[in-house]
Write a protein that binds this ligand. Structure first.
Ligand code: G16
Length: 542
């Protein structure tokens, strides 16, 4: 029976870059998750009988909220929910299921790369019928609903067992529990030449994939070990754990340091990779080399035609504004479209749907294509493997020949985490105040040619996003970008993105810190970071 429960609003349910993310104790406040889920249903609207996909990255509190969401879906008139067994679905696998099964949307429970556990982070996001994150007009509507909510609807009986595959019913609604891996793995077999990759692996090519005790463990084990023949042990930390084994499932230089160190050693495998909490991010490495996400996007775009799924070539590339412009040089050379969007995968959806772009990527370790509407960690790994299987070269040699052909874009992102929100706001405010007078100013050898606050008009639906980050461009094209993260759960995270293009092959082998030294120093001068935050160094450099 439908049950209507009275509730009162919370005022802090505004979705960020990727859904609502808060600490677990915050989410456990009475009706907190229920309010947000009802607000999603109210904003999404329903004619009754729709299909909804539900899954998550397996973090602490995942199962409880999945059971809540199933009952609320029944209470709100959904006809069917498709749930990953045990409540697990990687974000790209959920996107695939939404598209494949014609669902009206999906609820994905994840705080991505943020840590989990009773005091860790939790998150809920809503994806729409194209499989992609809800665009801003829907997330705004969700927030508006959450501020005025007075009741939520659920179902009196408890939800069925989600650890067993198959169909059961809750009232009139079908609850279908599916294997989280099967459909996704079939999609990967359609896109990539598994036989070629199997041959590569059989020829002695070695790989290591760190699933970081997060959701990609079962996916990577099935695809890399069972289907592609990598020996057992190639996938490490492959069992999803509620607290990610105490780790931080973020494939960056700090949290994936163990694998990175292994890749730099003499006994390193040929290929190394890692993914994050919900499986949409990726880190790719070769023996002795880490591929920066911006370079990875450029290399994948330049070589995608080597994989069967992209043999006809790609229509265009989209990258988020702070992502380096390495991909732009590929687009220019190949005479295909290049789009610069605000940070957040949700901004790629319209471009992908309209067929303007095939491949998208972000500096935040995200790459993906039109096969789903989310970034996809394992997809990036498989495309790399397919390229290596075709070219029979090392990761290092593929990257170096890319730099020889297109030039190298040196790039770093500096993160200052958990700074006081007010201080962060003032720092950005001061940058805004100085933008108009910035052009022409000299800092050492650098002269500012343009300075603005990035705004974006979607070329497909005309929607406008403003205030997306401060860009300082210098003559010659070097660039510093400042923005505040929209995914943190404590204080503010200031991200500073620094890049410089080097065309001369003789100068391309420097280390990025050295190549960017003057820009890094200038970023502090212009941003007044030390002065305002007291921080003398970033917490994470990627
Ligand atoms: C999310 C978004 C990405 C974004 C990233 C970082 O990734 O989906 O589009 O680039 O956050 O955002 P911010 O710089 O605002 O923290 P994920 O993997 O956390 O879902």
């Amino acid at each position: 029976m439908i049950e209507t429960i009275a509730t009162t609003p919370y005022d802090d349910q505004k979705p960020g870059t990727s859904g609502l993310r808060k600490k677990v104790p915050h989410f456990r406040q009475p009706h907190y998750a229920e309010n947000f889920i009802q607000s999603i249903f109210d904003a999404a609207g329903s004619d009754g009988g729709e299909t909804l996909v539900i899954g998550g990255d397996g973090r602490f509190y995942n199962r409880e909220v999945i059971l809540i969401a199933i009952r609320m879906a029944a209470g709100n008139g959904y006809g069917r929910v498709i749930v990953g067994q045990g409540g697990l679905l990687s974000t790209p696998a959920a996107s695939n299921l939404i598209r494949k099964r014609g669902a009206s949307g999906g609820i994905i429970l994840s705080a991505s790369h943020n840590p989990g556990g009773p005091d860790g982070d939790f998150g809920i996001k809503y994806n729409i019928a194209n499989g992609g994150p809800a665009p801003e007009k829907i997330t705004t509507a969700i927030f508006e609903k959450s501020k005025a909510i007075t009741r939520y609807r659920t179902w009196t009986e408890t939800a069925p067992d989600i650890s067993r595959l198959g169909e059961t019913k809750l009232g009139d609604m079908v609850v279908e529990v599916v294997d989280p891996v099967a459909d996704y793995a079939s999609l990967m077999e359609e896109l990539f030449d598994f036989e070629k990759i199997r041959d590569l692996v059989a020829s002695g090519f070695t790989l290591r994939f760190d699933a970081m005790h997060a959701v990609t463990g079962p996916y990577a084990t099935e695809i890399l070990q069972n289907r592609l023949g990598a020996p057992a042990g190639s996938v490490i930390n492959g069992t999803p754990l509620e607290d990610f084994g105490g780790g931080h499932p973020d494939p960056n230089a700090v949290h994936a340091a163990t694998l990175i160190n292994q890749m730099m050693s003499e006994k390193a495998p040929d290929f190394g990779a890692a993914s994050d909490g919900d499986g949409d991010r990726n880190l790719v490495m070769g023996r002795g080399i880490v591929v920066s996400p911006s370079d990875s996007l450029a290399v994948l775009a330049a070589n995608a035609h080597l994989a069967p799924g992209y043999a006809v070539g790609i229509a265009g590339i989209a990258r988020s504004m702070p992502t380096s412009r390495a991909a732009d040089r590929v687009a220019e050379a190949r005479k295909i479209g290049i789009y610069e969007t605000p940070t957040g995968w949700k901004f790629f959806g319209t471009l992908l749907d309209a067929g303007k772009v095939t491949i998208c990527g972000e500096e935040s370790a995200g790459t993906g294509s039109n096969h789903v509407r989310e970034k996809d960690g394992l997809w990036a790994v498989l495309l790399w493997l397919n390229i290596l299987a075709e070219r029979r070269e090392s990761v290092k040699s593929v990257l170096e020949s890319h730099w020889t052909e297109f030039g190298r874009t040196f790039y770093q992102r500096h993160d200052y985490e958990e700074i006081d929100s007010e201080v962060a706001g003032e720092l950005m405010g001061s940058l805004h105040d100085r933008l108009a007078s910035m052009a022409g100013q000299r800092f050492g050898t650098l002269v500012v040619s343009e300075a603005d606050d990035f705004s974006y008009k979607d070329p497909v639906d005309g929607s406008i996003a403003t205030g997306q980050g401060v860009r300082i461009v210098f003559s010659g094209g070097s660039r510093i970008v400042y923005r505040l993260s929209g995914t943190g759960t404590k204080g503010a995270t200031l991200r500073v993105y620094i890049e410089r293009y080097e065309k001369d092959p003789a100068k391309r082998d420097q280390n990025p810190a050295a190549a960017l030294k003057e820009l890094i120093d200038t970023a502090d001068v212009i941003g007044e970071i030390k002065k305002r935050t007291g921080r003398t160094a970033p917490d994470v450099v990627t």
